[in-house]
Design a protein around this ligand. Structure first.
Ligand code: FE2
Length: 432
């Protein structure tokens, strides 16, 4: 057996995918709306923001920096559809206004020492996963009453917005954002809009899930589940994956409407190759955000745009699967994807998986920065279209799953491919 650490006594137990019964108890402890933004802490926000802007087709739409009167931190907001990324770096503490005067920071939870220590320890990494809630003060107080470790109590911004922070895992925080009055407010108070003259849009529309790597799943899941009330949406263990090559156990937590999805992974020990989660934990110096899955409205277009820029400032992708993967794909998804679409999947290296409800198209970038830590997943979900009370069509959250089936499918297709190479070699005349 190649299980992770023993499940703890918190009542949490991995049952594996096939034994997992999906149900939605709608048990949120406070009203959660959607993902609001993701904030990266770095040492130079200008350069990092521009690289992501170009690589992902997300224009820089707002700023809070020296030019707007912020003497504490430089922050830039990138946007594509409903997806907001914020890149923040510290200025010199010597120029920050203090001595009783009001801080000029637009994000009041920003802390010089913490940001510097964070960047030194983790490299480029996610500091905050922000969710919009109905009332950040209620969300914070309820969370703390249910065991959440507070990082920053609610702060009212300009009388229009409230933010509060809770420890999530490692040095990452869960940030609650709510608005008292959002008229004319594009992001948060203190940010000024930037009008770009260069259109940039590769089709990315929103954050689907934000995944954390933790040393031990049991306590991490029990902790987040405990203070949010989120339910388990899906899980899989190394055994499910079939090959134990994955080296991970995973649980997905979801809010009531299953649009805020927070999966977590733990490493599995005793496999032939070292778990990729263990590698992450070493390079990141502990728990942190492993990947952000971004929904594209047209994954073929997004991939064409992103791949064009891979070598000129954009992001690179993991090696594509062998041709055998796409030969098998017609059997696996021929009812959902036509021949032309399967051909495009192969050309662009897109993986396909499905669950009992829908189909998932997915692809992973290589790590985004220096360290083999955080990466991005681009996805498109097909199916599960429902109608809300007003008759508006929407797609059910998590439709098509998270790509569990691709672990074994990739493994199988690589084995098959290697066999075809062996057969080819046997036919070739041996050199003298
Ligand atoms: Fe994912």
């Amino acid at each position: 057996m190649t299980m992770g650490k023993e499940n703890d006594a918190s009542g949490f137990k991995l049952v594996g995918f096939s034994n997992f019964v999906r149900q939605n108890p709608k048990s949120d402890r406070f009203r959660v709306k959607r993902f609001h933004h993701v904030e990266f802490w770095c040492t130079d926000a200008t350069n990092t923001a521009r690289r992501f802007s170009w690589g992902l087709g997300m224009p820089i739409v707002a700023k809070s920096d020296l030019s707007t009167g912020n003497m504490v931190h430089a922050s830039y907001v990138l946007r594509s559809g409903d997806l907001n990324f914020v890149f923040t770096a510290p200025y010199s503490p010597s120029i920050a206004v203090d001595g009783g005067e009001k801080s000029t920071a637009s994000i009041p939870t920003f802390d010089h020492a913490a940001c510097r220590a964070f960047a030194a320890s983790h490299g480029l990494a996610v500091r905050a996963i922000a969710v919009e809630v109905e009332d950040a003060e209620v969300a914070f107080n309820t969370s703390v009453a249910h065991g959440a470790k507070p990082f920053s109590p609610p702060v009212i911004l300009d009388n229009v917005a409230v933010i509060a922070e809770i420890h999530l895992y490692g040095d990452a925080v869960l940030r609650y954002v709510s608005y008292k009055n959002r008229s004319n407010l594009d992001f948060l108070p203190g940010f000024e809009p930037i009008i770009s003259s260069f259109p940039l849009d590769y089709g990315i529309r929103r954050l689907d899930h934000a995944v954390g790597n933790v040393p031990e799943l049991g306590p991490a899941v029990a902790y987040v589940k405990g203070f949010t009330g989120f339910h388990e949406f899906a899980e899989f263990t190394a055994e499910d994956v079939g090959t134990s090559e994955s080296g991970l156990n995973s649980v997905v937590l979801a809010n009531n409407d299953e649009m805020v999805l927070l999966p977590m992974n733990e490493p599995v020990y005793g496999t032939k190759r070292k778990s990729q989660i263990q590698t992450y934990l070493e390079h990141n110096e502990g728990a942190g955000v492993q990947h952000l899955a971004l929904v594209s409205e047209d994954i073929f277009r997004t991939l064409r745009e992103m791949r064009q820029r891979s070598g000129v400032g954009g992001f690179e992708f993991m090696p594509s699967p062998p041709p055998t993967y796409y030969k098998n794909l017609k059997n696996r998804a021929g009812d959902v994807l036509n021949d032309e679409q399967i051909k495009q999947c192969e050309e662009l290296g897109i993986l396909v998986d499905r669950d009992d409800q829908g189909t998932l198209l997915q692809i992973f970038t290589k790590p985004l920065g220096d360290r083999p830590t955080i990466f991005i997943e681009i996805i498109q979900r097909v199916g599960c279209m429902l109608k809300d009370e007003e008759g508006k069509t929407y797609q059910k959250g998590g439709c098509g799953g998270f790509g569990k089936g691709n672990f074994s499918e990739l493994f199988k297709s690589i084995e098959e491919y290697e066999k075809t190479l062996e057969a080819k070699r046997a036919r070739e005349p041996t050199a003298a």
